[in-house]
Design a protein around this ligand. Structure first.
Ligand SMILES: [Zn+2]
Length: 275
């Protein structure tokens, strides 16, 4: 499932390719997990020029001149293609936007957990429902050690679950939670409320560092993530614990452990990340 660096990678690719493009039609071939009425999507998009494309949490905001727009979510397997292809639609191309310059922009999604929301309001003035109740963006000044310390008091949930909950901090999924906790030398099972101020400082810094490095590498490809140009995320080679169970810890040499926490595989070193 794409996490923040993968969505950011896709978002930057879309922005480079689609800003100032004009949509001539929007065709729905199959419904995604959340999907507007096909005629509504067509009416909303037709004839409009894309003004900006940016990310909030794991959503991509495509805005028009009035600052209203579309909110897109990649779900598990969503991906986009933009080119001059004009043949029969690909198997999983569920939405096709045709552009005035002759290109077509397709939303491909084999598992169809992706989503499209129409936002009719000015997106700077009000928050659409999918973006309500989201925590701070980890790469901004809104995500701080002091904020993490305050938010974790009286929270007995394991710290890994805490940082993966979108209301606490957005975009940190299973891969980057494991990597950040390893860098901060914190056990994924440690109750959130027991983090010291120093631990909060280390974890905040680790989350920011791992996400920044992953964005610079174009994300992580575990099974099927690809950027808009088809390239794989190159952060996969930089993973220190995720998916490396049984292999030596890069710090102490002990075997990396795998543990299922809240239904998700967690990878950590028992010696470097003491509970
Ligand atoms: Zn170790």
């Amino acid at each position: 499932m794409p996490e923040l660096p993968e969505v950011e990678t896709v978002c930057r690719g879309l922005a480079a390719s689609l800003v100032n493009a004009t949509i001539t039609s929007a065709e729905t071939r199959a419904h995604l997990r959340h999907h507007p009425e096909p005629s509504e999507l067509q009416d909303f998009c037709q004839g409009r020029t894309i003004h900006s494309i940016r990310r909030r949490a794991k959503y991509i905001l495509v805005t028009f001149a009035e600052n209203d727009g579309l909110l897109l979510h990649l779900g598990m397997t969503g991906a986009f293609k933009i080119d001059g292809y004009d043949g029969p639609p690909e198997k999983h191309a569920h939405v096709i936007w045709r552009l005035a310059d002759g290109r077509s922009w397709r939303f491909l999604d084999p598992r169809r957990f992706g989503a499209i929301f129409i936002c009719r309001q000015d997106l700077d003035k009000s928050v659409p429902p999918p973006l309500a109740n989201l925590g701070p963006e980890p790469l901004t000044a809104d995500f701080t050690p002091a904020g993490l310390y305050t938010a974790t008091r009286n929270r007995n949930t394991p710290i890994k679950n805490f940082i993966m909950a979108q209301e606490n901090v957005v975009g940190v999924g299973n891969i980057y939670a494991s990597e950040a906790l390893f860098r901060a030398r914190l056990s994924p099972l440690k109750p959130a409320s027991t983090l010291s101020r120093t631990a909060c400082r280390n974890l905040t810094a680790a989350i920011k560092a791992v996400l920044t490095e992953a964005i610079a590498a174009g994300g992580t490809t575990i099974s099927d993530f690809h950027a808009l140009d088809g390239s794989e995320g190159k952060f996969t080679v930089a993973l220190q614990v995720y998916g490396r169970n049984g292999q030596p810890c890069p710090v102490c040499g002990q075997a990396i452990q795998r543990l299922v926490i809240a239904g998700r595989s967690s990878f950590f070193c028992k010696k470097c990340q003491k509970p």
